[in-house]
Every structure is written in structure tokens, then in C-alpha cells.
Design a protein around this ligand. Structure first.
Ligand code: ADP
Length: 381
């Protein structure tokens, strides 16, 4: 049985459709991240699961029970919010015990449970402290302990780390992941931060304009995005304009803004016609960087020469380095390729460094290039 089922969930605020036709099954013990830009409907979805918002239509079930019309306090969920929302006039321990007290748990059991939760979030020893004196990270640990103390079936986290600075946020992501692994409970975590989602999630659900566009394992959504929005949202890439010149059972041939024809190998003849405009995505990690050979290097080979007999294809383009940005673990090169700007990255900063105005050669495997139609849908190649 899946722990949480959302079926055709919708939320209207007047004219605004905050959430539209969201359906997903969240497995028992899973950590699902809802990821999307601000205003995409993540929080509203989470708040409907919590019972803090009533859906305009659709159903929510938890553990097989339809809870759509149940108030928040009757649900077996617990929520951690972005703002710490600790009670200022209570000690840390009293804050953590609060939910247990409301549920009538006896004092000694409450104290024991609070202590073990504070230990779990590395805040043991702070029980008697005034929460207003804690740092942002400490407050959020206490908020987490308070939410976990009531032993919820589902922990809902609404951007809980976004007010923390980068270093602390990264540490807390790892800790949250460990807490989730320890507890083996279902977590639904809302974030607009791709790195956070990739660090934490078992699966990522990507939202845009109220819709849940794709749900999948982190590597699946990254490598196999359903549309161009996801491709651009999940990391930096080079988008290149192109137009189909020929489509066969083996390959799609496209004319590009890189001054060369490219070959995209296919497994099955894709549904694209000659003349169709496609946006190609070439992620920096698929591009290998070199200096052109001594003879000045050649531009891309003729398209028919790019396709090997085994069905693979390799393409190379040459151009001029525009700028070099040292980024610590990587060096990023921007290059002018026949009037189009492209960037690529190198991890081994020490070898074969190129400078501005040097010639550069970028090479890639055609199978690693993704293609999107004008409406953003992906062409399956
Ligand atoms: P996210 O969490 O992805 O940033 P939200 O779920 O908060 O997005 O918001 C989705 C949309 O619904 C936004 O356009 C937002 O302005 C709108 N919205 C959210 N809550 C309310 C509300 N209480 N009243 C009116 N509009 C709202």
C-alpha cells in the first residue's frame, strides 16, 4: 500500500490556479522532494497533504484512508516550516514536548521522548535553553525534533533549510538524509533548490505552474527530462537552435547555429519532419575540451562522416575561447562557435589550460544530445 496518494488534486485561489491535476503515489518510507521554482504550487500541495488547505477538488489518502476532508489535527502528519515557529516563552524541551502534551502523553514519557529527539538532532544539552537565544540552524533542529517527537506517519518539510547559510544548509541536508534513513518514515520535502533535492531525495517530483510534470529518481529526471523546462531547471546547459534537414530510421540530421550539421542517432524513427525547429541541449559534462590540432583543426566533419557504422556519432566544432572562469573544482570555458556562445567545463584545472582568444575544440557523442520541440516537449531519439 502506498503511504500517500494524491489524486487529481486541484487548488484555486480566486482566479489563480495554484495546483492543477496533481496525482502521485508516495511510497511508505520514501523521501519525495517536490522541486520547482517559486510559485509553482509546491507549498500549496504540501499544505493540502497536511490539512492546512482544503483542495478545490481531488482526493488525498494516507495509509489507504481518504483524509481529504479531515482537519489537520486528525491527520498522522507533522510539518516543519521555513520560519522556525518555536514558542518563545517555552524552553527548548517544552517546545519539543508540546505535541506530546497535547496528545496527553504522561510527563516522564514526554521528557524521555524529548531527550531522545534532541539527541537525534544533536541538540542534547540544550533542553533548558530559551529558543530565542539559538542560532538559525539550532532553531531548525529543535523544530525538527518537535515535529518528529509525535512520531508522525508522514513528515512534511516546507523549505525548512532555506533560511540557513550555504554551509549549514549543506550539513543539514546530509543530516536530514541520515535522520530519514534512521527513522524509515515517509518524508515529503519542498524545495526550490536543485542541489538540495538531489542530495536528499529518493525521488524528485518537478512542479511548474501548478502541475507536477515529472516524478522520478534523481538520475532519471536529470538524464531523461520530460521537457525543456526540466532540462533548463536542473542545471546549466547549452541550448542550440537547429532545424531538421532529414530524418531516417538511424538518425536525425539537423542544421545548427554552430555552423555545422549535426547527427542525432536514433533507435526508432522519431516523429519529426524535415523543417521542424528543434532546440538541442548539450550539457557541459558531455563536451570534451581540446586544443585544435596543429594544422589549425577542422570544423565538424561532414554530417554523414559523423555517424559510425555501429550507430554512434561523434561531432566536433572549433571556435575561440571568450573567457575562462576559475570555479574552484572546475574551470569554465566560454567559447564563440561560429557566432554562437557555448560553455564547457574541465575538472582537471592543472592540465592543458586554455586562455582567452585561444582556439578551442569541443567534441561530443551525438547520443548524449537531447532535443526539444518548440512547445518544449522532448523528442525521443
Ligand atoms: P511554491 O510553494 O511553489 O512557491 P505556492 O504553492 O506557495 O508555490 O503558490 C502557488 C501559487 O498560488 C502562487 O501563484 C501563489 O501566489 C498562489 N497562492 C498561494 N497561496 C495563496 C493564498 N493563500 N491566496 C492566494 N494565492 C495564493
Amino acid at each position: 500500500m502506498s503511504e500517500i496518494t494524491l489524486h487529481d488534486l486541484e487548488k484555486q485561489y480566486g482566479e489563480t490556479t495554484a495546483v492543477e491535476e496533481v496525482s502521485v503515489e508516495i511510497e511508505d518510507g520514501e523521501l519525495l522532494c517536490l522541486l520547482g521554482p517559486s510559485g509553482s504550487g509546491k507549498s500549496t500541495t504540501l499544505r493540502m497533504i497536511a490539512g492546512l488547505e482544503t483542495p478545490t477538488s481531488g482526493e488525498i489518502s494516507i495509509n489507504g484512508d481518504d483524509v481529504t476532508d479531515d482537519p489537520a489535527y486528525e491527520r498522522t502528519t507533522s510539518t516543519v516550516f521555513q520560519d522556525w515557529a518555536l514558542f518563545p516563552h517555552k524552553t527548548v524541551r517544552e517546545n519539543v514536548e508540546f505535541g506530546l502534551k497535547m496528545r496527553g502523553v504522561p510527563a516522564d514519557e514526554r521528557a524521555q521522548r524529548a531527550e531522545s529527539m534532541l539527541e537525534r538532532v544533536q541538540m542534547d544539552g540544550y533542553g533548558d535553553d530559551d529558543p530565542t537565544n539559538l542560532s538559525g540552524g539550532q532553531k531548525q533542529r529543535v523544530a525538527l525534533a518537535r515535529s518528529l517527537a509525535v512520531n508522525p506517519d508522514v513528515l512534511l518539510l516546507d523549505e525548512p533549510l532555506s533560511n540557513l547559510d550555504k554551509r549549514l544548509r549543506e550539513d543539514m541536508q546530509i543530516e536530514l538524509r541520515e535522520i530519514h534513513e534512521d527513522l524509515d518514515e515517509t518524508f515529503v520535502h519542498v524545495t526550490h533548490d536543485q542541489d538540495e533535492a538531489f542530495t536528499l531525495a529518493d525521488r524528485i517530483g518537478i512542479m511548474d505552474q501548478g502541475e507536477l510534470i515529472q516524478v522520478g529518481d534523481p538520475d532519471e529526471v536529470y538524464e531523461n527530462p520530460k521537457n525543456q523546462f526540466i532540462e533548463s531547471f536542473l542545471g546549466d546547459t547549452n541550448f542550440v537552435n537547429s532545424r531538421v534537414t532529414r530524418a531516417t530510421a538511424d538518425a536525425v540530421y539537423v542544421d545548427t547555429d554552430l555552423g555545422t550539421e549535426l547527427v542525432l542517432p536514433t533507435d526508432a524513427e522519431p516523429a519529426v519532419d524535415e523543417g521542424t525547429a528543434l532546440t538541442l541541449s548539450l550539457r557541459p559534462e558531455i563536451l570534451s575540451i581540446d586544443q585544435p590540432s596543429a594544422d589549425g583543426g577542422t570544423a565538424a566533419a561532414d554530417a554523414s562522416e559523423q555517424l559510425a557504422t555501429d550507430g554512434s556519432s561523434r561531432t566536433a566544432v572549433t571556435g575561440t575561447v571568450e573567457n575562462v572562469v576559475y570555479r574552484g573544482s572546475t574551470v569554465r570555458y566560454s567559447a564563440d562557435i561560429d557566432g554562437t556562445s557555448m560553455f564547457a567545463e574541465r575538472t582537471d584545472a592543472s592540465t592543458g589550460a586554455l586562455s582567452a582568444d585561444d582556439q578551442i575544440r569541443l567534441e561530443w557523442n551525438g547520443a548524449d544530445v537531447l532535443a526539444f520541440r518548440e512547445d518544449g516537449t522532448r523528442v525521443s531519439l
